[in-house]
Design a protein around this ligand. Structure first.
Ligand code: DX5
Ligand code: ZN
Length: 217
């Protein structure tokens, strides 16, 4: 698959979210970080806010759930029209069942791994998923530095998926810049979340284009 750039609205102006979504209309999707102050020490928004934002967004929604009790909450995001819903492996009780529920509700199913969570225990269930998210920072906050120690895991996941009969995207999230995106792409990632490097730029659509060019180089 060609590379995808998904800006994270965690770094957007929260007083102008509709305009901030319109500013990234050249992106492949908007990355929506949902945090519950339990799974991560930060708090953002829930289904009613995400539902309304989806209604006014020119791009699909890629929801990243950094929450506990995710088996219960994740299906709601599919039901309100989010195109892709990602839960954390560390938080899900029944990841296979949850992925199937998300797909039945019409969403793509993603599973995320924190930087220190190995991919190997999950290799057998990857066929149940549309996307594997390998966190390249500890989840919770934007603006952190890319962790190079996650590169071997991206590589191992990409090798394991090379001959997979079902296509599976490898997403990376955290500290993605024009420089780190090159290393992540070389390791095998093809969906890139970028918060501060898009919304911190003067021209978000130019930043998206620059990231795309760097990833595809
Ligand atoms: C962090 C979030 C990220 C965050 C990335 O927990 O999952 O999506 O917005 O922000 P940057 O790109 O600034 O590291
Ligand atoms: Zn995220």
């Amino acid at each position: 698959m060609s590379c995808h750039i998904n800006p994270s609205i965690l770094s957007a102006d929260f007083a102008n979210l509709q305009a901030e979504l319109e500013a990234i209309s050249t992106a492949d999707a908007a990355h929506i970080d949902v945090m519950d102050n339990h799974f991560v020490p930060n708090l953002t928004w829930g289904p009613p806010v995400v539902k309304r934002l989806r209604e006014v967004s020119p791009v699909p929604f890629d929801v990243h759930l950094m929450i506990e009790d995710v088996d219960r909450w994740a299906p709601q995001y599919a039901e309100i029209g989010c195109e892709s819903v990602t839960f954390h492996a560390e938080a899900a009780i029944a990841p296979i069942k949850l992925a199937r529920t998300l797909r039945e509700a019409g969403a793509k199913a993603g599973m995320a791994l924190r930087p220190a969570t190995p991919v190997e225990p999950y290799l057998d269930i990857l066929s149940e998923l549309d996307m594997l998210l390998i966190m390249t920072v500890e989840p919770g906050f934007g603006g952190q530095k890319f962790l190079d120690v996650t590169l071997p895991k991206i590589r191992r996941a990409a090798v394991a998926l090379k001959d997979s009969p079902t296509p599976l995207a490898i997403q990376v999230d955290g500290g993605i810049t024009e420089e780190t995106i090159v290393r992540a792409a070389e390791a095998g990632a093809n969906v890139f979340v970028a918060g501060s490097s898009v919304y911190g730029a003067e021209d978000p659509s130019a930043a998206i284009a620059a990231l795309r060019q760097a990833a595809e180089h």
